[in-house]
Design a protein around this ligand. Structure first.
Ligand SMILES: Cc1cc2nc3c(=O)[nH]c(=O)nc-3n(C[C@H](O)[C@H](O)[C@H](O)COP(=O)(O)OP(=O)(O)OC[C@H]3O[C@@H](n4cnc5c(N)ncnc54)[C@H](O)[C@@H]3O)c2cc1C
Length: 361
């Protein structure tokens, strides 16, 4: 479909040390500048759970003597070069979670209005719970992603604080955005009942497509390790403290402010903990920090929506719905995030009681 394909390949030079430190990045074209074919081929197309219109393949390089590549950046600087691409990709994948969540929500709402069980299922309280949760989580994750993207733009314009904020938010945006993509797509299937499990409705496709996002561009577990390692411990908690200060300066909701206190307390515990304890609680910490940030952004949206309603400006239906989703987020998601603190604080306690053999038995 294209005249040429260039592959960005991580590979090791002959005397490079073991591990990630020895990796370099190369540009390896399918067609060489003299018009001949390079020594590379696609060995197989992978059969995947989802994203079928984005084929992925296994590549083989150098079967017939050696593929030619051009070094990108310094030798053994491959991981660093890859991160240049990955930071951007992490936000995009987070957004992929939001997009799938939005599509799944629209489809579930459409179905729930139409499907009758005594009355349209959208009238049943538990279906309403699911729909409101879908809508709320989608809006909250979108707020986080847009806010993070705004910080990236500000950083590009030279604002140093924005660079620190964007770096801190990137693992949150990637992991929380993609977790929400999966959760919302899963609820979408539930709203469809048995038809959700049947492919024709399309609800299952959203779930299958969403499932890759917590895995690629660094699994969400690795995002959590990045948060407590490079981001939190890397600057001694300064970047997080600045985010917390901004939230405290603006937030009014008592539940949100309590969560802020708890995040601050957990961050202090993490900074004091040894590496294993730090990592054991990292995922829960990432989730609660994401919820804190989303709670702040949703409360901000609530204020704007209320002001719009009071002034008779804007689309009243949109603004009314926004006040409900924002209040629902503050009332339910913040409460759920309190539970994450227990996992941060006591995270490591039971994880290593069983040996790896006992765990696998
Ligand atoms: C559809 C698809 C498209 C892809 N596209 C690309 C692409 O374009 N380019 C590319 O380079 N790669 C691509 N990948 C690869 C993808 O980025 C990796 O699969 C992903 O980063 C996870 O690495 P892994 O598969 O080696 O899993 P592993 O590293 O084996 O991880 C397995 C599990 O162990 C956990 N784990 C591993 N190490 C640690 C640790 N140190 N601490 C805590 N937990 C850990 C992980 O979180 C995960 O839950 C693609 C993969 C898929 C499925």
């Amino acid at each position: 479909m294209a005249e040429n394909i260039i592959h960005l390949v991580l590979a090791r030079t002959p005397d490079a040390p073991a591990g990630t430190k020895g990796i370099s990045l190369f540009l390896v074209p399918k067609i060489l500048p003299d018009g001949t074919r390079n020594d590379l081929r696609c060995v197989s197309i992978e059969h995947k759970l989802g994203i079928h219109s984005s084929p992925t393949c296994v590549m083989s390089y150098g079967d017939e003597g050696g593929a030619k590549g051009w070094l990108i950046g310094p030798e053994m600087g491959g991981m660093r070069a890859m991160f240049t691409m990955m930071n951007n990709a992490r936000l995009n994948v987070g957004l992929q979670g939001v997009q799938i969540a939005e599509r799944a929500t629209q489809q579930a709402l459409y179905y729930a209005k139409d499907r009758v069980q005594v009355k349209a299922i959208i009238e049943h309280p538990d279906v309403r719970r699911m729909l409101l949760r879908m809508k709320t989580l989608t809006e909250a994750s979108r707020a986080l992603l847009y806010y993070a993207a705004g910080q990236v733009d500000r950083a590009r314009l030279g604002e140093d604080d924005a660079k620190v904020r964007a770096d801190l938010l990137t693992p949150l945006a990637k992991a929380y955005g993609t977790d929400i993509g999966c959760e919302v797509a899963s609820i979408g299937i539930q709203v469809h009942g048995g038809m959700g499990f049947v492919e024709e409705t399309g609800a299952a496709q959203h779930y299958r497509d969403a499932r890759i996002a917590p895995i690629y561009e660094g699994t969400n577990g690795i995002q959590a390790a990045d948060l407590v390692g490079r981001k939190l411990a890397g600057d001694g908690g300064v970047g997080l403290a600045s985010l917390i200060a901004d939230i405290r300066a603006e937030a009014k909701d008592a539940r949100l402010l309590s969560l802020v206190d708890l995040v601050e307390e957990c961050a202090a515990d993490i900074l004091k903990a040894d590496m294993d304890d730090r990592l054991a609680g990292s995922y829960a910490f990432l989730t609660m920090t994401s919820v804190m940030t989303c709670g702040w952004l949703m409360e901000r949206q609530l204020r704007v929506a209320e002001a719009g309603i009071a002034a008779g400006e804007g689309d009243p239906a949109f603004l009314k719905a926004k006040t409900v989703t924002a209040r629902y987020y503050l009332a339910t998601m913040i409460a759920e995030a309190f539970g994450q603190a227990a996992a941060v604080k006591n995270g490591a306690e039971l994880l290593y009681v069983l040996s790896s053999e006992e765990l696998a038995a």
